[in-house]
Design a protein around this ligand. Structure first.
Ligand code: UTP
Length: 299
């Protein structure tokens, strides 16, 4: 059985690329139009069938827990003034049958370490990891209609294997990603036989880059415990996955949908434009503004 019910959201990073905003606002709470980044990832996990959401936070990130908590005063006010649509919107940030669990990562010792902090809640079952700053837009999905994680969960269930999301990137960008080496180069999903962290374009085994969605076997926890700190003194999830490959089947899957790297400023701006163009009430004015702005001479 490879049924995935639990989703881990590592949100304890420092978010230095968005300073000074992230001095007080966690990166995951930055909005794309009217919803924070974390909400998009949570919705994707719920759509994929997860009912337990594990947030790995740090002591500065109360905003994330507050967001998923009940907002009594606000709810009362909206109820009194009959604003039922808004009321439903703030109540629906988490459906009633989904539970949120918060665990703390005392020190930012890396993504692998953050995932390890979720072990007591996840236990001995397969689970998902979603990095909310990778926003995957799938409103115009053609055939499956599933979000990226949903597509992966289906494959994991069918093949009883771990599945890692990958995306083809231009060769000159391999140095910014974990890159997988696969058996059948045209297969999708494809069995992974090796992984290299941030290889130089000339030595990269492929151009398939790991992005922030994983379905992992619980064996990863034991391997994380054995993983020594790597680059920058951090415990890397990639190193533990590389060890997992030696023991179990792990597949790379190129998902349907478009990914925005909202951990970078340009990605956040691109996502904002895309999502605004996708909103019925915003599309017209935003398109008109963009046309006008683009017609102005460059400074
Ligand atoms: P990033 O590499 O994007 O780091 O982490 P960061 O600290 O969030 O952002 P920058 O680079 O300083 O701007 C990838 C993911 O792993 C989580 C982050 O919250 C993010 O979702 N993470 C990273 C942790 O939860 N703990 C860590 O110790 C490191």
């Amino acid at each position: 059985m490879f049924k995935v019910r639990k989703a881990v959201f590592p949100v304890a990073g420092l978010g230095t690329r968005f300073l000074p905003a992230t001095k007080t606002v966690p990166k995951e709470m930055l909005p794309i139009v009217d919803r924070p980044l974390i909400q998009y990832a949570v919705d994707e996990a719920i759509e994929a069938g997860c009912d337990t959401l594990v947030f790995v936070t740090n002591r500065y990130k109360h905003a994330v827990a507050d967001y998923f908590d009940k907002a009594y005063e606000l709810e009362q006010k909206l109820e009194k003034s009959g604003k039922t649509e808004l009321l439903a919107m703030i109540r629906d940030v988490l459906p009633a049958d989904v539970r949120a669990v918060f665990v703390t990562q005392a020190e930012a010792l890396g993504l692998g370490h953050a995932v390890m902090c979720a072990e007591p809640v996840v236990g001995n079952e397969p689970f998902a990891v979603l990095l909310p700053d990778d926003l995957i837009w799938n409103n115009r999905l053609g055939s499956t209609g599933r979000g990226a994680l949903g597509q992966m969960v289906d494959i994991a269930h069918r093949d009883r294997s771990s599945v890692i999301a990958v995306q083809d990137v231009p060769r000159e960008q391999t140095g910014s990603y974990g890159i997988v080496d696969v058996n059948g180069v045209t297969d999708n999903p494809a069995d992974i036989r090796g992984m290299v962290e941030k290889p130089h374009p000339e030595v990269a085994p492929s151009t398939r880059a790991v992005v922030g969605r994983y379905v992992l076997s619980p064996r990863i926890f034991e391997l994380l415990h054995q993983t020594r700190p790597g680059k920058g003194g951090e415990i890397q999830l990639t190193d533990a996955i590389a060890a997992l490959l030696g023991e179990e089947r792990v597949q790379a899957y190129e998902f349907e949908g478009r990914r925005f790297d909202c951990g970078s400023r340009v990605g956040l701006v691109e996502a904002t434009i895309q999502f605004a163009l996708d909103h019925d009430d915003l599309a017209g004015p935003v398109r008109a503004y963009l046309e006008q702005a683009l017609a102005e001479p460059r400074r």
